[in-house]
Design a binder for this molecule. Structure first.
Ligand code: N01
Length: 529
């Protein structure tokens, strides 16, 4: 059995940086395992038509640590496509010679902690074992596909694809009647693209969504030049402004008349992206009345766009604006003006069963040749529970996380010494720019590892009390907002039976301050052995 200093699971944004940092900057021996056949993680799997970063992206949805990398990579659009992000990650892997230490097409089937040796031992589906003092789980916040278990769904005989497991070959929609279940980011991104080609698209919608215009456009040479020149300052701004370098405008709603507020909404709508959410008025995500006003504004835009009033009515979101992941769309609502697109509201006409060639709802039978499941993921905790590591005394993570996804700082788990998660439950994850979030989390893990090695210790482990305080802290932050009032994947509410718990830290910059404080305070909340 080969022994390494560090084993990393996952070769997406988080795992690739971890490999580079621990190997090239700390000089440790590192082995990375990934079940895919290449680098990319999320961007390897989510290849559905229209897949793009669902946040203001270029050039900031990228690694920040290397000026050289910033200077040599040319982003072409403001909202980066999946193919561009994947090409970028392939470039990074080549530039830093990462692939030689990654074992692809290999699933880690078991990870167990040996308390006496202070080591993790992993086994793979290739029948190999390896050990390491530290185990880094970069297993992906949106990895485990959620597949609905409607009665009879397996009877459907046509092709069926989940957006999060899209095939590498081009899927041809021409001449096909396509059914799409799900209208989250993935559904809203792929529906307009499929509709351009297919004979007919039937969208099966459970919850209507708020989506804001992405206003994707080519990125200019001047914008790229400016960002390269000021990269070091931009990087600092990103760290201190919630992941993005932009200064948010915090207007006070009470100082504006209703008419003036509407003018602000209009202006931000025209700007597109998430401006309406972050730059309108302070408290949009916490004050019901203000949120209602913005919600109604977006509904009015949907009404203006969708010509058929009955379809428009079905598309009206009725939860608090922004409390499910905000979606950036490229012509989603306009798609319903096409003759080849129809919408089924599952709340009034639920799916009852499937036949080999149709979806049967309560009132009708919808003939389809192909089914697209844009039904999301068992988010944040799902990939860790699938790995199900065994900690001290054989405690499994599934046992530990039966009721709460308890951990400390979104990265360490009591009972699981020397194991660290990147983007675990309670970390900022999607509420921060994920590539930078991964870098900053790795910096914290790096401090922990260096401390253990310098002091010739065996292990570092989160304390149970620290975990309980941490859970309360995450909940307190979330409870000051409207997020917990909506059934979303942020709350674990999209997976039947999943414990309800807010899964992210809403104040990313404060979170990373906190990680630094924990190090300064001699690893407060951890036990060192
Ligand atoms: O998944 P989702 P997603 N019957 O969970 C519906 C990120 N992302 O893949 O809302 C019928 O958001 C479900 O309905 P409801 C991004 O963070 C990133 O779209 O639960 N419908 C919903 O409409 C995003 O938030 C990018 O009532 C069912 C949809 O399926 C996250 O990934 C691009 C159902 C699922 O929406 C997940 O997005 C895309 C059922 N049984 C996504 N089960 C990039 O930046 C679920 N639904 C790359």
């Amino acid at each position: 059995m080969t022994h390494y200093d560090v084993i990393v699971i996952g070769a997406g944004f988080g795992g690739l940086y971890a490999l580079h940092h621990f190997r090239d900057e700390l000089g440790l021996s590192v082995r990375t395992f990934d079940g895919a056949s290449g680098v990319g993680g999320t961007w390897w799997y989510n290849r559905y038509p229209g897949a793009r970063v669902d946040a203001p992206s270029s050039p900031f949805y990228a690694y920040t640590f290397s000026q050289e990398l910033v200077d040599e990579w040319l982003w072409t659009e403001t909202q980066t496509s999946q193919a561009s992000v994947l090409a970028y990650l392939q470039h990074v892997a080549k530039k830093f010679d990462l692939e030689k230490d990654i074992q692809f097409d290999t699933w880690v089937t078991d990870a167990s902690y040996d308390d006496a040796l202070h080591q993790w031992i992993i086994e793979t589906d290739k029948g190999e074992s390896a050990s390491a003092q530290f185990l880094i789980c970069a297993t992906g916040a949106l990895f485990v596909a959620n597949t609905p278990d409607y009665p009879g769904i397996n009877e459907f005989a046509g092709a069926c694809y989940h957006t999060g497991r899209w095939p590498h070959e081009k899927v041809a929609f021409k001449g096909k009647r396509v059914g799409v279940i799900g209208t989250g980011s993935s559904g809203i991104q792929c529906i307009p693209e499929i509709a351009k080609e297919a004979d007919h698209v039937t969208v099966f919608q459970r919850t209507p969504q708020y989506a804001l215009p992405a206003r994707n456009r080519p990125i200019t040479k001047e914008e790229i030049g400016e960002s390269r020149e000021n990269w070091s300052d931009l990087r600092k701004s990103m760290r201190h402004r919630g992941g993005w370098p932009f200064k948010t405008i915090r207007r006070r709603a009470a100082e504006y008349t209703l008419e003036e507020r509407h003018a602000v909404y209009e202006e931000l709508w025209e700007q597109g992206g998430i401006h309406l959410a972050i730059n309108s008025f302070a408290g949009v995500m916490a004050k019901k009345e203000l949120n209602d006003e913005v919600s109604e504004f977006v509904r009015s835009k949907i009404r203006e766009t969708v010509k058929d009033p009955e379809t428009a009515q079905k598309l009206m979101p009725d939860y608090y604006f922004g409390t499910k992941r905000l979606i950036l769309d490229n012509g989603y609502f306009e798609t319903y003006n096409r003759d080849n697109v129809s919408l089924v509201d599952l709340r009034e006409d639920p799916i009852e069963t499937f036949t080999s060639s149709s979806v049967c709802t309560k009132s009708s039978e919808h003939q389809i040749d192909m089914l697209v499941l844009a039904t999301g993921f068992d988010a944040v905790s799902g990939s860790m529970l699938q790995l199900n590591p065994k900690g001290r005394n054989g405690l499994t993570l599934q046992e530990k996380w039966d009721v709460h996804f308890d951990n400390y700082l979104g990265t360490a788990i009591s009972g699981f010494p020397n194991l660290f998660m990147i983007h675990g439950p309670g970390a900022p994850g999607v509420f921060f720019t994920m590539p930078l979030g991964g870098e900053l989390t790795t910096a914290f893990i790096s401090d922990c590892i260096q401390h253990v090695r310098k002091e010739k210790l065996g292990s570092i482990e989160a304390n149970e009390e620290a975990e309980v305080d941490w859970r309360n802290e995450i909940n307190d932050i979330a409870n000051h907002t409207l997020y917990p009032q909506t059934n979303s994947w942020y709350m674990g509410a999209n997976i039947p039976g999943k414990p309800k718990q807010f899964l992210g830290h809403l104040r990313g910059s404060q979170y990373f301050d906190r990680l630094e404080e924990v190090v300064e305070n001699n690893y407060q909340g951890f036990t060192l052995r």
